[in-house]
Design a protein around this ligand. Sequence first.
Ligand SMILES: Nc1nc2c(ncn2[C@@H]2O[C@H](COP(=O)(O)OP(=O)(O)OP(=O)(O)O)[C@@H](O)[C@H]2O)c(=O)[nH]1
Ligand SMILES: [Mg+2]
Length: 241
Amino acid sequence: MRIWYQRPRSGRASHPIVYKSQRITVIIPCLNEEQGIEKVLSRMPDFVDQTIVVDNGSTDRTSDVARSFGAEVLREPVRGYGRTYKRGFASAIGDIIITLDGDHSYPPDAISYLIEALLHLDVDFLNASRFPVRDPAAMSFKHKFGNWILSLAMSILYFRWVRDSQSGMWVFRRDILKTMKLTSDSMAFSEEIKIEALKNSRIRFAEISIMYTSRLGENKLNPWRDGFYNLWFLLRKRFER
Ligand SMILES: Nc1nc2c(ncn2[C@@H]2O[C@H](COP(=O)(O)OP(=O)(O)OP(=O)(O)O)[C@@H](O)[C@H]2O)c(=O)[nH]1
Ligand SMILES: [Mg+2]
């Protein structure tokens, strides 16, 4: 049974919202994403119970913009993508958590479709794959190639085909977090959470494609440094005792 309540345009719901008996939390890490976060939050579906924006020491208006849309803003002063997620997870109350970047490259409109898929496929962790990338401006050839290498490496090391090991959009049941050992504070967090899901036989994992588009605002990723570090992290995690 689906029960939706209306909520004011900005601000959190004034009544409890239940999406097929599941409370929904969206977590968005942000480092100077004032442009992107405005677009992302303006497209946030009404059935989302809790929207957490983790501001990783932004010097622009990211936090103000997020607050104006009624999001819960958490400040994480120590830099790092993984660091922001650990901070966000600690405050999440939803039964289902959805993540996406604050740069408006992942589609908020896909949230309902992804939750439906999680419930319908009866899985615990659903990875939203950016591939095939249909928007030619969304990802350079170099990034596609790097992503392909990293996903191939993860697939070989963990004996499981993963199309997009670096996707930043995941939908999962919050209770699986307590079974995970999440150590990375950096961009490698994205592959680490998938590895923790994949290697646990009690966590059902699936992947589904979404539309990925070009980001708003400035690039922060350092493709060579982050790419090689992520490859090193994969190997270290696979062979650690
Ligand atoms: N790179 C980076 N991103 C961070 C950090 N903290 C929070 N973020 C946010 O994490 C999300 C992912 O980072 P992006 O820089 O978009 O990484 P990406 O999606 O791999 O790279 P792009 O193709 O440039 O979008 C964005 O919303 C960032 O604002 C950090 O320390 N470094
Ligand atoms: Mg991004």
